[in-house]
Design a protein. Structure first.
Length: 259
C-alpha cells in the first residue's frame, strides 16, 4: 500500500522544517517504505513550500549521474531536483547557516528553448544558450549525512543547498563537453578532478535523459532554465576559513571562501 496524501504532506513538512531551521532529521525511510515516484511527490511538496514565499524556480539539477554512484545507493537511473532563486549564493559560504555543506563542481547549461520529449543529445546542444561553471554546496537534511536510500535523497530535493554560478558564458560549440576537465583546489592544494565524460558519457546526454524523465511527471525543461548536470568532482567537506577554486578547462572558474 502506497503513501497517503497526509503521509506525503507530513514528510514534506518534516523536510521543509529541517531546510528552514537547519536542524537535521532521521531518514524518512526509517519510518516508512516508499517508491521513487512517491519520493518525487514528497520532493514536489517540499518545493511547493519553498516557493510559497517570494521565490521562483530557476532550473533543475541532476544527481547520481554515474553508474558507480547509482549502484552504491541502489537505483538504476540518475535523480533530479529543483533549484530556486534562494539557492543562489552571492558571497562567502555561510557554513554556520548550513548543515555540514559539501562542495562539488558542475557544468551548467542555460537553455534557450523549451525542450519537449522525446529529447535527444542534439536537441540539448542546439537549445543551449550558454555553458557556465557552477559550484554546488550540497547539504543533507538527514543527520550525519545518513542516506540509506535513493528515495530519501530524492525526497530531500537531491540534497540541494546553495550554488554559485560563474560569470563566464561560453558557447556550446566552443567546448568539447565530454573532454571538459575540472580541477578543485582547497587553499591551493588539488583535492579533486573530473571530466565531462563522467556525466553519462556526455553532460548533454544527462540533460536529454532529464527532459524525457520530466515528461513522465507532466513537466518539462523550459527556456531560461539553468540545468546543473551533476557533480563531476568528488564532494569535499567545506570548512570555515578555507578557500576553494574550481577551474574548468574552457568554461571558466569560480573562487569561494568559507566563513
Amino acid at each position: 500500500m502506497g503513501l497517503s496524501q497526509s503521509e506525503v504532506d507530513s514528510f514534506a513538512d518534516e523536510l521543509y522544517d529541517a531546510y528552514v531551521d537547519k536542524e537535521p532529521v532521521t531518514p524518512l525511510s526509517e519510518d516508512a517504505e516508499f517508491t521513487t515516484d512517491e519520493a518525487y511527490e514528497i520532493q514536489s511538496a517540499v518545493v511547493d513550500r519553498v516557493l510559497a514565499g517570494d521565490n521562483e524556480v530557476i532550473g533543475r539539477k541532476l544527481g547520481l549521474v554515474s553508474e558507480a554512484k547509482q549502484e552504491q545507493i541502489g537505483i538504476d537511473e540518475p535523480i533530479f531536483g529543483t533549484i530556486t532563486e534562494e539557492n543562489v549564493l552571492d558571497g562567502p559560504i555561510p557554513t554556520e547557516e548550513m548543515i555540514s555543506p559539501r562542495l562539488e563542481a558542475e557544468i551548467g547549461l542555460v537553455l534557450d528553448d523549451d525542450l519537449s520529449a522525446p529529447v535527444s543529445t542534439t536537441d540539448v546542444l542546439t537549445s543551449t544558450r550558454a555553458l557556465v561553471p557552477v559550484v554546488e554546496l550540497i547539504e543533507s537534511r538527514y543527520k550525519g549525512w545518513s542516506i540509506p536510500s535513493a528515495q530519501d535523497v530524492i525526497a530531500d530535493n537531491t540534497s540541494t543547498g546553495k550554488l554559485v554560478v560563474g560569470e563566464t558564458l561560453r558557447d556550446v560549440t566552443d567546448v568539447d563537453l565530454p573532454h571538459e576537465g575540472v580541477t578543485v583546489t582547497v587553499n591551493g592544494d588539488i583535492e579533486a578532478t573530473g571530466v565531462g565524460a563522467d556525466i553519462m558519457g556526455n553532460p548533454a546526454r544527462a540533460v536529454a535523459w532529464l527532459g524525457d524523465r520530466l515528461a513522465d511527471l507532466d513537466q518539462q525543461l523550459r527556456e531560461g532554465d539553468l540545468v546543473m548536470t551533476g557533480g563531476i568532482s568528488a564532494a569535499i567537506d567545506v570548512e570555515p576559513n578555507d578557500v576553494y577554486t574550481v577551474e574548468f578547462g574552457n568554461i571558466g572558474s569560480v573562487h569561494l571562501r568559507a566563513e
